[in-house]
Structure formats: structure tokens, C-alpha cells
Design a protein around this ligand. Structure first.
Ligand code: PLP
Length: 632
């Protein structure tokens, strides 16, 4: 059974094998990589979870899927223009990711998109082939414009997109100063809104883009500067993760109308750039719920192509080349965050029940009765009785009539009763409304060695859902309802919302953790935006990384091409101005004083200073290596 919905949200990229291990299918053919094997190999070279596994071939595969979908749509619609993609670097700036996409995309006409000066520097350096396409978005100062024009001078196809009215003046000025004719684009502020969490990227109050009257002003400026012919592209972006295909259709039609009007005014526009927004179905429900999308990749491509063609046909204007800036859809699937469960916090105690004596407090006797006589009353009545008695025990404690030990016994009995009620209800098959949340109430907390703030920022900040599943034991039925908590000292550091077909689930059903054996969970589809946006809360920082590739000549083979160590403590402390040598000096002074005062023996002093020094060099996350014997 597919408990974790891998077949739903996996998009064909993930599945469980016969032995219950999660496998990735990086190339869309029969070849697969078992993720536990990757973890084992990484551990042999000293890298432990928390860890990001990047499945590099999946990047190539996604580029090919996107280009293939547009190629089919263009052929199907007999569309006259071509399709090109640009990868927005902001979605994942890691060099290995950008290079892989560039290499896979180059033969298909793909290029890069930059949204800031640092990203432009990356894009320029990586656009190594003549004619490489480079779209320049974001706020631009004169240096940004000069850099972009450097690309033009080197023979790259650089398009500077005017996003603010004032940018037109700045671009004209710099271009005239250095005598280079730029290629220009205009970002439109469409009336058509996106749908989903990021829908405020368009509409009247959007931060970017030009309104109709601003477009007209910019056109006049271009005409005055004899740059009307430089206008090669119009662009819109209605927000990331657009959940509803209707929003995309509306925006495409509106932008295509702009294109036709501008062509009629004589501007030789070549590209209609439909921006990003192509979604990822994080929950596999194929709905217009926030974490999903109600369309497929081929449907998206067909709708873009069809609607542009229709508008152009009506206006009798030649069809433009289509450009898209899909980021999330290209990179989200390629990375998996691996977490190790290091502890569990359970409410229901294990072990024998307390014994009843003559002196046992009446509240405890009553609770024991409710627990043991499970058939005499309805489960709802037992629940109410337990609630009443627990409240009574708390009140007796507050007023000094019940000691700490007996109050603890009362609390434990309360949880045992709730657990017993839950099991009876499951057997009966009928759950009264008031008891529907019992599973959530009784859920355990699985403590995982990671930081939500570093690795899943959008989950904390925006409530974005990511699919979570164990990486092994999938042939075993999971029995424990749990939420996941991280190791930051912050109660927000948790995952208590999980993807589900129908609704968001407050808990995830997991396997009981076996003593001495590790239990690994994967958080999937985290390759877009999460890497770079993470923060240093509690100073945990970047996690370890392994980059895996398929081994060509073996059916289930892979090799780890690269590993990147997560932050060590001294690296992270350095970022906030603590120098290792200074901390060591301060610590040594304190230990020397303790030795002088004879509160610490000299030999012990040396040992303590070594411990401090070792831990400065160690990784920031919990070191669980001594407590686990084997991985399977
Ligand atoms: N293009 C622009 C201008 C953007 O602002 C963004 C991100 O929001 C993208 C492309 C990438 O969008 P997505 O990741 O949804 O494809």
C-alpha cells in the first residue's frame, strides 16, 4: 500500500521498491537509485544526516520534460514560433544546479535569468557560449546595466527587461555612454492575477511591472532615443506556484494582446516571456489547493501555445517565440532532505499500572475505574469522566491536597484512558465528533536532527507543505501518529501539517522507532527556494550535501560526484564575528584561573580545553553516531 502517496506526488520520480526502500528514478527510464544506499555511502565518507541528497540527473530530466512538452504543443498546434526557457537563478543558485541545467538546456535553446547584480555576475560568467540567452530582471543600478551590456559586447543575447519606468532612462543613458545598442524587454503589470500563495506578484499593487500608461511613456522614451527597434521582448510573471490553470490562460491572453498591439505599433518584438509560475503538485491531489496545481506540464504548455496562437491569428500578427522562466518546476524534485529521528516524546506511558491501596486518593481510584471498566460506559462518557477527574487532580494539586507524585499518576492515567478510548473506537468503527481529534491529541512528537528555519523556511513562514515519508520500512504498516519537531529552541520549529489527498493532515503515521537502529525520513520536492532562504536560527546553518549521478553501465548504480560539508561551528561563529582564536584565548584564561585556584586539576584543565577546541571544529547539528550501531 502507498501510505505516503509516493505514486501521487512523486510525479514518476520516486517510488518504493519491493523491500520498502524509497528509490528515485532520475532519468524517467527503468534506472533507479535507492536513497538508503546513498546515505550509507555518504556515511562511509563521514557525512551524516541532516543531509541534502541532490539527484543531479533529475535536473536534466526536468529540463527535457519542459522542453519536450512545449515541442509537442508547438507541433500539435502547428505554431510558427519556437520555445526557449531561461532558468531563474534565484530559485536555486548553487553552482552545480545552475551548471547542470545550463548543460542540459543549452542544446534546447535554454538560457539563464538574473534578478539581481550578484545573480547577473553568475549568469554572465556561466553564459560561456556565443549567443547564450540571458534575461535581466530585477532592480538595476548603472553598474547592473553596464554588466548586462558587457554580455552584449561579448556576443551573448542579453535582454534588459524594464521593470520600473525610471529604468528606461538609466538604460538609455548607460547604453549611449558606452555606445552599445541594447536589446530590451518590458515587464507588464497585468490585470490578470495569479492564484495561490504568491498571487500578489501581479495586479495594480504589484511591486514590479509597468501599467499601460507607463508602457506608453517608456515607448516614447525609446522612440526619442531611436531605440524603438531595440524592444525585443514583453514579459509578465503572475507569481510562483500558480494553482489554477485558468489564471495562466487569462494572463497569457492578456499578454498576447499587448504583444499584438505593440507589434502593430511597429516594435519588432521577438519574444513573449510568460515568466514563472508553473507549479509542483506537492500533495498529488491535482487540485487548485495551495500545495497543488489543477493542471499537468503538457496541459500548461498546450494552453500557453494555443492561447498565444489564437490571439495572434485574430490580430493577424506573426506568432512570437515563446519564452518561459520556470524555476520551481525544474528544480523542486531534484533534492531530498534526509532527517534522522533522534528521540520521541510520547504522552501515553508504557509499563505497569499503579497499584490500588486503601490509601490511594479517590481521584486516582476513579481514573483507574474509568480505565479498567472500558465496556460499562460509552467511549464518549469515559472521555468526559477522564477530563473531569484530570481537572479535579490539577485543582487538588494547586490547593495543596495532592502531591507531585500522585498528580503525575493522575495525568498518566488520563492519557492511558484516552489511548484506550482511541483503540476501542477504531475497533467499533464509529467516532463521535468530539473524539475525532483524539489521534492528534495523542500524537507523539518525533524529534528530528534538523532546523526548520534552515531547511524548510517556506513551511515555517508560509505554511507551504512538502511531502514527507520514511526512506525505508515502507513494506511495514506504520502505526504511530506523530508530528515532527526540530532541535531548535523554538516551538515554531516543527512540522505539524502534512500533505494529504483530501485535506491537510495534522499528523503523519510513522513506524515505531527501534532501539539502536536509525530511522530516516525524507522531505521531498525541496529543491526550489528552500536552500538559499534558510537562516541561522540557533546557529545550525547549512546541512551536509551529496550530489549523486546515475552510473551508466549498471542498472541500479549511482556514484557520488561531490559532497559539500555542512557548516562547522567555527565557520558559523566567524560569520557573526566570533574568531576561533579569541574564543580559545578567553576559555584558556578561565581554565588557567580555575587551575590556579585549585578548583580544576591541571590534567583535567587540558582535557576541558581540548573539548572546547574540538567542539569549535565540529559540526553544528547533533552527533548521533555513538548511539546507533547499524543503518538497517
Ligand atoms: N521569473 C520571475 C520574474 C520571478 O519573480 C520568479 C519567481 O517568483 C520566477 C521567474 C520563477 O518562478 P517559478 O519558480 O514559479 O517558476
Amino acid at each position: 500500500e502507498d501510505y505516503y502517496g509516493l505514486r501521487r506526488w512523486g510525479g514518476g520520480h520516486f517510488s518504493a521498491d519491493e523491500k520498502g526502500f524509497v528509490c528515485a528514478h532520475p532519468a524517467g527510464d527503468g534506472r533507479r537509485i535507492q536513497l538508503m544506499e546513498v546515505i550509507e555511502e555518504a556515511m562511509e565518507s563521514g557525512l551524516k544526516p541532516p543531509m541534502t541528497i541532490r539527484i543531479q540527473d533529475l535536473l536534466r530530466h526536468r529540463v527535457e520534460l519542459l522542453a519536450g512538452a512545449f515541442a509537442n504543443a508547438i507541433e500539435g498546434e502547428k505554431y510558427a514560433g519556437r520555445y526557449r526557457g531561461v532558468f531563474p537563478i534565484k530559485v536555486n543558485q548553487l553552482r552545480e544546479v545552475v551548471e547542470e541545467i545550463r548543460d542540459a538546456g543549452e542544446p534546447l535553446g535554454f538560457g539563464l535569468e538574473a534578478g539581481s547584480k550578484p545573480e547577473l555576475l553568475i549568469a554572465l560568467a556561466l553564459s560561456e557560449k556565443a549567443g547564450s540567452l540571458l534575461i535581466c530582471n530585477g532592480y538595476k543600478d548603472p553598474a547592473y546595466i553596464r554588466l548586462a551590456l558587457l554580455g552584449t559586447q561579448l556576443g551573448r543575447e542579453v535582454i534588459l527587461v524594464v521593470e520600473q519606468p525610471s529604468e528606461a532612462d538609466a538604460i538609455i543613458k548607460v547604453a549611449q555612454e558606452i555606445g552599445v545598442t541594447p536589446k530590451l524587454g518590458i515587464r507588464l503589470k497585468l490585470h490578470s492575477n495569479g492564484e495561490g500563495k504568491w498571487k500578489n506578484s501581479s495586479g495594480d499593487d504589484a511591486k514590479f511591472g509597468l501599467s499601460i500608461s507607463e508602457v506608453m511613456t517608456v515607448l516614447k522614451k525609446l522612440q526619442k532615443a531611436r531605440l524603438s527597434d531595440a524592444l525585443k521582448l514583453i514579459h509578465f510573471h503572475i507569481g510562483s506556484q500558480v494553482t489554477d490553470i485558468l489564471a495562466i490562460k487569462r494572463a497569457v491572453v492578456e499578454a498576447a494582446r499587448y504583444y499584438c498591439e505593440l507589434r502593430k505599433l511597429g516594435h519588432p518584438i521577438q519574444y513573449l516571456d510568460v515568466g514563472g509560475g508553473l507549479g509542483i503538485d506537492y500533495d498529488g491531489s491535482r487540485s487548485n489547493f495551495e500545495s497543488s496545481m489543477n493542471y499537468s506540464l503538457p496541459e500548461y504548455a498546450r494552453d500557453v501555445v494555443f492561447n498565444i496562437k489564437k490571439v495572434c491569428e485574430q490580430a493577424e500578427v506573426p506568432e512570437p517565440d515563446i519564452l518561459s522562466e520556470s524555476g520551481r518546476a525544474l528544480v523542486a524534485p531534484h533534492s531530498v532532505l534526509v532527517l534522522e529521528v533522534v528521540d520521541r516524546i510520547a504522552k501515553v506511558p508504557e509499563g505497569p499500572l499503579p497499584r490500588k491501596t486503601k490509601r490511594t486518593n479517590h481521584v486516582i481510584k476513579d481514573l483507574l475505574y474509568t480505565l479498567e471498566e472500558s465496556k460499562k460506559h460509552s467511549q464518549l462518557e469515559r472521555f468526559h469522566d477522564a477530563q473531569q477527574k484530570r481537572a479535579e487532580a490539577e485543582s487538588l494539586f494547586t490547593h495543596g491536597y495532592l502531591d507531585l507524585k500522585n498528580t503525575a499518576i493522575a495525568e498518566e492515567l488520563y492519557w492511558r484512558i484516552c489511548d484506550d478510548i482511541r483503540q476501542n473506537l477504531k475497533r467499533d468503527g464509529y467516532i463521535p465528533e468530539e473524539l475525532e481529534d483524539l489521534d492528534t491529541l495523542l500524537a507523539e512528537q518525533y524529534v528530528c536532527n534538523f532546523s526548520v528555519f534552515q531547511s524548510l523556511l517556506d513551511h515555517w513562514a508560509l505554511g507551504q507543505l512538502f511531502p514527507v515519508a520514511p526512506l525505508h520500512r515502507l513494506q511495514e504498516e506504520p502505526t504511530t501518529e506523530a508530528t515532527l519537531v526540530d532541535i531548535t529552541c523554538d516551538s515554531d520549529g516543527k512540522i505539524a501539517k502534512f500533505t494529504d489527498l483530501e485535506d491537510v493532515r495534522p499528523t503523519l503515521r510513522l513506524h515505531p522507532v527501534e532501539p539502536g537502529k536509525p530511522y530516516y525520513l525524507g522531505v521531498f520536492l525541496v529543491g526550489a527556494y528552500q536552500d538559499i532562504m534558510g537562516d541561522l536560527h540557533n546557529l545550525f546553518g547549512r546541512v551536509n550535501e551529496v550530489h549523486v549521478f546515475l552510473e551508466d553501465d549498471e542498472e541500479n548504480g549511482f556514484y557520488i560526484e561531490e559532497t559539500i560539508d555542512g557548516f562547522s561551528t567555527n565557520e558559523i561563529l566567524d560569520l557573526i564575528q566570533y574568531k576561533e582564536s579569541d574564543l580559545m584565548r578567553r576559555m584558556k584564561t578561565q581554565i588557567d584561573t580555575a587551575i590556579k585556584n585549585d578548583t580544576v586539576k591541571p590534567r583535567e584543565g587540558v582535557r576541558l580545553l581540548n573539548l572546547f577546541s574540538e567542539q569549535l571544529k565540529a559540526k553544528t547539528y547533533l552527533d548521533t553516531s555513538s548511539s546507533k550501531t547499524r543503518t538497517r
